[in-house]
Design a protein around this ligand. Structure first.
Ligand SMILES: Cc1cc2nc3c(=O)[nH]c(=O)nc-3n(C[C@H](O)[C@H](O)[C@H](O)COP(=O)(O)OP(=O)(O)OC[C@H]3O[C@@H](n4cnc5c(N)ncnc54)[C@H](O)[C@@H]3O)c2cc1C
Length: 304
């Protein structure tokens, strides 16, 4: 593990220390099932509890907020600092008017999609295809089947590094395909989202979309979904496949035979294998097609 400073329990206020884990393996919290230990790992009770935790934590401790880890490659040396897990914590989901809902950032997108169907609101079916939380979807501008998260955002509530909560508007962010840039050192607590009344929407339609996706993507295997964003006017999967990389393997990680923009951990891959494979795909596609592929997945942490 690198010589970076490790952050320990003595930095945690006594009222929180019983609920903070030391050296929590991040492989338990990522859909690729890889990642070394986080120095400190905290699951808050609610937004107020989380604001208190952040306020009491020394400013020098770096924070990483995570949802369901479905777009996250954590390196084998783990995370120096504190990881904040929103899933299972910030889980309120309520209708606030005929077409508007309030969603906390730990709510799984699949639950959001289902509830909108029950309320007769849409188009929210696309959220069913995103196996992460609303917080991750806001950070990534996640989308599927022509739908995109930020098209529905009225405003968001954020928490900053001093533990101060504030409301922000979409105009405070630069938003594009799978990319959101906003004020530094702020994270999403919740959002107000707007939909249309769509009484015709039903769960069978969601099931059908998911079923169709299963035919073309390796759903059920350990992956992070699409590894690379699509370059303008093309598909990363097409470029990778035509560069002859389907099935290419490093350690226990390989480019999926079913969909070339997916990389699979077959069980014992390390983050280093996955990262080496990502870099190999980028080099090969650049050499074959002259196209630079950008990673959609977020790569964090220290090498082993
Ligand atoms: C099988 C599969 C299929 C997928 N299909 C799609 C798809 O169709 N479309 C799509 O867009 N994505 C897809 N993904 C990728 C992934 O599900 C999305 O990017 C999702 O939005 C990530 O949410 P998460 O909660 O898992 O975020 P994480 O992976 O936990 O985090 C992702 C990033 O968001 C940040 N983050 C998380 N929560 C917060 C917060 N509250 N505030 C600020 N930052 C935060 C993290 O720090 C990190 O940088 C797929 C993944 C898998 C495994």
């Amino acid at each position: 593990m690198s010589g970076q400073t490790r952050y320990r329990m003595d930095l945690i206020a006594p009222e929180f220390s019983a609920r903070v884990q030391n050296d929590e393996p991040m492989s338990k919290h990522t859909s690729w099932h890889v990642g070394g230990p986080a120095d400190l790992f905290f699951t808050p009770r609610d937004g107020m509890d989380l604001a208190g935790f952040v306020r009491h934590l020394a400013q020098r401790v770096p924070l990483l907020w995570i949802g369901l880890g479905s777009n996250l490659l954590v390196r084998d040396g783990g995370v120096r600092g504190a990881v904040i897990a929103t899933h299972g914590a910030l889980s309120a989901l309520e209708r606030v008017s005929a077409t508007r809902i309030h969603v906390q950032s730990g709510v799984p997108c699949a639950r959001l999609a289902k509830q909108c169907v029950k309320w007769g609101l849409g188009p929210a079916e696309f959220f069913a295809g995103i196996p992460g939380t609303l917080g991750g979807a806001l950070a990534m501008n996640a989308g599927a089947w022509e739908g995109e998260t930020w098209r529905h955002v009225i405003d968001v509530e954020v928490l900053d590094r001093s533990g101060v909560r504030r409301t922000r508007q979409p105009a405070d962010y630069e938003i594009s395909y799978r990319r959101v840039r906003g004020p530094a050192d702020e994270w999403f607590l919740s959002a107000n989202l707007e939909f249309e009344r769509k009484p015709g929407t039903n769960e069978a339609a969601i099931r059908e979309l998911l079923e169709r996706r299963k035919q073309t993507q390796p759903i059920g295997e350990w992956s992070c979904g699409s590894v690379f964003t699509n370059p303008p006017g093309d598909h990363a999967g097409r470029l990778i496949e035509s560069a002859g990389l389907k099935g290419y393997r490093i350690g226990d990680a390989s480019v999926s035979e079913k969909h070339a923009n997916f990389i699979i951990n077959h069980g014992s891959a390390r983050a280093a294998d996955l990262e080496a494979l990502i870099e190999h795909v980028q080099r090969t596609v650049a050499a074959t097609h002259g196209v630079e592929l950008n990673a959609e997945v977020r790569i964090v942490g220290e090498a082993a």
